[in-house]
Design a protein around this ligand. Sequence first.
Ligand code: PHE
Length: 346
Amino acid sequence: MEELQEKIKQYQLKFDEAAKNVKSPNELQELRVQFLGRKRGYLTKLIDSLRDLSPEERPLIGKEINELKKYITSRLEEINQNLAAETRKTPRIDITLPGKTIPLGAPHPIVKFQEEIENIFYQMGFSVEDGPEIETDYYNFEALNFPPHHPARDDWDTIYIEGRDDLLLRTHTSPVQIRAMEKRKPPIRIIIPGRVFRKETPDPTHLPMFFQVEGLVVDVGITFAHLKGTLESFLRRLFSERIKIRFRPSFFPFTEPSAEVDISCTVCLGEDKECRVCRGSGWIEILGAGMVDPQVLKNVNIDPEKYSGFAFGMGIDRTAMFVYQISDMRSFYENDLRFLRQFLKQ
Ligand code: PHE
């Protein structure tokens, strides 16, 4: 009997010693089997040896074995809790897993195209200017030589600000010509890209909001030849060296003479009578231009006897349609990522 009591003590010490080294759930399980395992566990063996004791001794030793069992069970549970707390503190990171990709934003194709236009003009010595999108009647029309109630105003389907007859959403970037000439004297050589607004129902070639780029050059001795030369080198850089360019007489209240500029169709090269882009004409209208009307110069106190200038205006979205050969301008603003992503690598 003393022998067994001694064994019980030894097992407890042995358990305590082993328990100190347990560092993982696997090691904990091994320890559990070693001591409590049903077949070969140390405690099972101790219980088996009860058989050799007298009926008086059995309950005494049985009680001691039971206590050891309770002790071991509660210690194992305690170690289990500690291990769980430990893994919660330092979560395992599997460094072989692929990283999470964070979706990145990217410039809108129209923004990128606008930057391309700006770069061509930077290289020709122009600087970039901007102005307000909410304008007064004076800048959008009157200073540009549209008298009040003049029928030419009807060509610009104007959106007015409710309750403010004098305020409107600019219908073109031309009002910034006036603002620029008020601010500084010639020589002036600027482009003005920006948003403009017109009362239009959206369809494949019209939007109530779109982008224009305006150009303005004012200096001594500026002629129509400068206008032609500038637009020709710009359009060749933007489209291709091979395009044909033609000027057609036109009318704008703020330029005289005025022209509309066409380029040869980028899609059918003038060879498809059924072409959807040029409708078989072989030409696409790309911008409006002209020599700054002397009256406009007078409106900003620049002497038309001394200075002359040219101006032009081009639709950015509309031109992007031809460059990227897109048949519906609305696609640019529908936020369909499958459409927008096509421009990322260009
Ligand atoms: N502002 C004109 C338009 O919106 C374009 C233009 C600009 C024409 C400058 C001549 C000179 O159609």
